[in-house]
Design a binder for this molecule. Structure first.
Ligand SMILES: [Zn+2]
Length: 350
């Protein structure tokens, strides 16, 4: 019978092509097998990150995502298919199903949740690094706060249109996201994939750079980690490397220098968010535990109700409310937070 312990020769055999790459080698592969990573957000970037890191043999890949699979995701979110859309699966669950078939030797932990200051510590429990698959700066600033506070490496990545950027943050050693951007851009001030669109190839480029950076961190090769902000624009065929090696020394960074972490403390960040790329609003409620079965009974006759073990969906008028057991909801059909709150109060309560 095949031995499935991570460091056995049988296990390493499947990684022979990457072990043969001398800077990684067998020792690096064994460290990867002991490594644990959080893929924060499993949309376009997160799908590709999780795919690469699971195939590469990282010991544990935890995936957290707040959303469910939709048809317009399939153009760029490479782990999903039409069956996932039909089954109304949360992205973390759909991703884990595929990834377990790709590499059964990796521990894969899907978590359906919105990352916020109340759960980030639990979500990051035991991990050696975080890779950014989110689509918003509010979550990234929270991740940056947590990572800098705890000395946890993380790899920032973002894409829009045909352009993307990425940088690796080694707290205490390299510049952090707040060294680069002092303030979180307020909602509505930045283009989103809703307004600017997004092409799949840029996702592949940025996620691949993020993934190799994570592999360097997890395999113990910090010396190889990029000290640049990498900006890629594929339509104009342009790649820029901005040297940020000395940025940390020149900026009075609120996070690295003054050790102020307002996102982690919950002083910054909202309980509602207009979702990138869709006419939808997310509402979060802490401390709730809903029975989807009971809720489905309550909503009988109100509109069209469907549910699976992970979520309940109510279609009523032009709106679509997707409700999760923790009380969180994604209200589709509006980008008006007040209107979304009204619909939630009307149909779900609280
Ligand atoms: Zn900083």
């Amino acid at each position: 019978m095949a031995d499935s312990t991570p460091s056995s020769p049988q296990t390493l055999d499947r990684y022979i092509r990457q072990i043969r790459y001398a800077p990684l080698g067998q020792a690096g592969q064994e460290r990867l097998a002991a490594g644990k990573v959080l893929v924060c957000g499993c949309g376009a970037l997160g799908s590709m990150l999780a795919n690469i890191l699971v195939r590469a043999g990282v010991g544990l890949v935890r995936i957290v995502d707040r959303d469910f699979v939709e048809t317009n995701n399939l153009q760029r979110q490479t782990l999903f298919n039409e069956e996932d859309v039909a089954a109304q699966l949360p992205k973390a669950i759909a991703a884990a199903e595929k990834l377990r078939k790709i590499n059964s030797q990796v521990a894969i932990e899907p978590i359906v949740a919105d990352v916020n200051h109340t759960n980030i510590e639990t979500l990051c429990d035991g991990v050696d690094a975080i890779v950014d698959g989110t689509d918003n700066f509010e979550t990234r600033f929270l991740v940056n706060d947590f990572a800098v506070d705890r000395g946890l490496p993380w790899v920032y990545g973002g894409c829009l249109g045909a352009e993307g950027q990425t940088m690796t943050i080694l707290p205490g050693e390299t510049a952090c996201l707040r060294c680069l951007m002092n303030e979180c851009p307020p909602p509505g001030t930045m283009p989103t994939c809703d307004t600017a669109g997004i092409l799949a190839p840029i996702v592949g480029v940025i996620a691949s750079i993020q993934a190799i950076e994570a592999i360097k961190i997890l395999s113990g090769h910090r010396e190889a980690i990029s000290r640049h902000l990498t900006v890629v624009e594929l339509w104009d065929s342009c790649i820029r490397q901005v040297n940020i090696a000395s940025l940390r020394d020149h900026v009075d960074c609120p996070a690295c220098k003054r050790r102020e972490f307002p996102w982690l403390a919950g002083r910054e960040g909202s309980r509602s968010a207009v979702l990138c790329g869709r006419n939808a609003v997310q509402l979060t409620h802490s401390g709730l535990s809903l029975s989807l079965e009971q809720l489905a009974r309550q909503l009988e006759g109100v509109g069209q109700v469907t549910r699976n073990p992970f979520l309940l969906r109510l279609k009523v008028d032009q709106y679509e409310l997707t409700v999760f057991p923790d009380g969180r909801a994604i209200v589709g059909g509006t980008s008006d937070v007040a209107a979304a709150r009204t619909l939630y109060a009307k149909y779900i309560g609280h």
